[in-house]
Structure formats: structure tokens, C-alpha cells
Design a protein around this ligand. Sequence first.
Ligand code: NAD
Length: 333
Amino acid sequence: MTYTVTLIPGDGIGPEVAFAAKRVIDATGVPIEWEIVEAGGDVMYKYGTPLPEETIESIQRNRVALKGPITTPIGSGFRSVNVQLRQRLHLFANYRPAKSIPGVKTPFENVDLIVVRENTEGLYSGIEHVVVPGVVESLKIITREATERVARFAFEMARRDGRKKITAVHKANIMKLSDGLFLEVCRQVAREYPDIQYEEAIVDATAMRLVLNPHQFDVLLMENLYGDILSDLTAGLIGGLGLAPSGNIGEHYAVFEAVHGSAPDIAGQNVANPTALILSGVLMLRHLGEQEAADRVQRAVEQTIAEGIRTRDLGGTATTSEFTDAVIARVQA
Ligand code: NAD
């Protein structure tokens, strides 16, 4: 059976890392036909929107996509394509594992955390307005329905993957209603999973505890903004954004992408680390049920890095394409 998968190259370093990941996945021999579609500021002139309907329809048709990062203008301009995609396709859970890669020197060894981030609401609902000049209001939306969906996703995933503990991260001491509802729903769902330990932690203390001793956590479950921030922190714990993959998962569709952005500072130089997107491809292969190919790519990436073939962000000198070629050679060995 041949899979058809949507590929969104994105912008900045997006095309460099997206086509690197595609080459590695193709090297596994899993038959994938890629449907390449566009999104982002660069296509505004062509479609009049940064998120063309063709792109949404392609994902709806194929159900699975691999996506490069897309730049979002700061302060003004169009709404984030990434946020729009997650909302339009109801990709309610953002799954962000942070697992140490052997040989990458960091302050902690054997980090193995998963951040599960609510992906459609919170402060990213995009409901903002000027009350009077000099005063603006951004609304934080928390619903029972979205919280229950993401909490259930986290507990089901924990059970499936043999994880022991879920920590719900919040600021319900201050945001008593919104984060209060988030916690109330997490507690209700937790009661249905007595085999998984459940605890709660305040977000600021969690940030400190993560950098003191990440081993005290297992799965971290949180609303949108906290998940955005803390998953960059957990990426830092394993060696940086160049290594952190993610999956945006909904009931019908799944979009896999790196945690990092379009890195305009290094775009077009063939120096970006494609590992994060290659490992997002590993998550995609697992989602498709291609476990053997996923394991092979994972091992190939680990071997390549362990043998000292590394991009600049990890202290090496390999270019994006040299690193990718080295991974492909090990996938095919
Ligand atoms: P960024 O993640 O693009 O970059 C942060 C730092 O990490 C930069 O120094 C960059 O060079 C480095 N970096 C990131 N990825 C790397 C890689 N693969 N290899 C080596 N170094 C890497 O964050 P930013 O600069 O804050 O954001 C740039 C743009 O990306 C913004 O417009 C932002 O909105 C967008 N963004 C998009 C996504 C997405 O598409 N899902 C996610 C985050 C940010």
C-alpha cells in the first residue's frame, strides 16, 4: 500500500530541513507519495492568504502531513498559519517528546519527558481587541470540551507508551476560573486512569524544577501558552531546538513538525540541523504504523550523532546535506 502524505516545506530553514526529512523517510523504502503544498507569507501574493484552501484540503484528503516551520509576523500582519492550521483541523493535542540523544553533552543525562500541550485555545484563541487607546484585552479561553480531549489524549498515550506519571501544569492560584477549570477536568479524567499517577504543579515552579532535576517528571500536561514555553525549555534540556520533534494530533488528522521555528538567522546557508524534522518524521512513521522503519531512522540519527557527524548547533561542522546523507547511509546499511 502506498501512503499519500502532505508535505508543507514552510519558509526560512523550512525547505532545507523538510526536504532533508523527506529524503531520509524515502530511504526507508516505505512507499510514500508526497503531495507538496504551500503555506506562509511567501504565498500571500499568489493566493491572497497565507493558508490556501488547497493546503487544508490536501491534509483533509491525506490525513497526515509533515510540515516545515512558517514565519509569523510579530505584533501585526496575518495570524499565525501554525495556530490557524491547528484550529482549522482540530489538532487538539500537541505531543512534544524530549529524549536525550546519546553523545550530545548536556547538564543532564537520560532525560525522557513528554510535554502534551492543548493546541487550540487558551491565550492563542486570537481574541484580542483595543478597549480604549492604550488598553488592550486578550481573552484566554478554556473549555471543558477541549481540556477533556487533551487530558484523555495524554492519559491514553501514557497508558499505551508505559509512562508512569502525569503532571498537570497550571496557574490556578491566580487564574482561578480558567486554569481552575483546566485542573478540575484533568482531575476528573485522571480518576478514570488509576494505573497512572497524577499530580499537579504550578507553572513557574515547574520551570525551576525542570532545570534543577528533570527526572522528577514524566508526562507534563498543560494549556497552550505554558506548553509553548516549557517545551522550548525541555528542548534545551536535551541539546536545543535542532533536536526536538512534535506531532499535532486530532481525531481525524495529524501534522508532524519540529518544535523550532523558521530560524531566519541561519536560513539558506545549509547549516540548519534537520534532526528535529527527521525525528518528527519518525513520529509520523509510528503514527502510520511503520514501526520498523521508524526504529531504523531513530537509530540512524543516534548513530550519526554519536559518531561525531554533527551540525553547527551541536558544535560540529557538517552541513545540513552532509548530515542528512550520513543518516541516509545508516538507514540503508
Ligand atoms: P526559532 O526556533 O526559529 O529559532 C530560535 C533559535 O534557534 C535561532 O537562533 C535559530 O537559529 C536556532 N534554531 C532553530 N532551529 C534550528 C535548527 N533546526 N538548527 C539549528 N539551529 C536552529 O525561533 P524564533 O527565531 O523565535 O522564530 C522565528 C520564526 O519562526 C518566527 O516567525 C516564529 O513565529 C516562527 N515559529 C514557527 C513555528 C512553526 O512553524 N511551528 C514554531 C516556532 C516559531
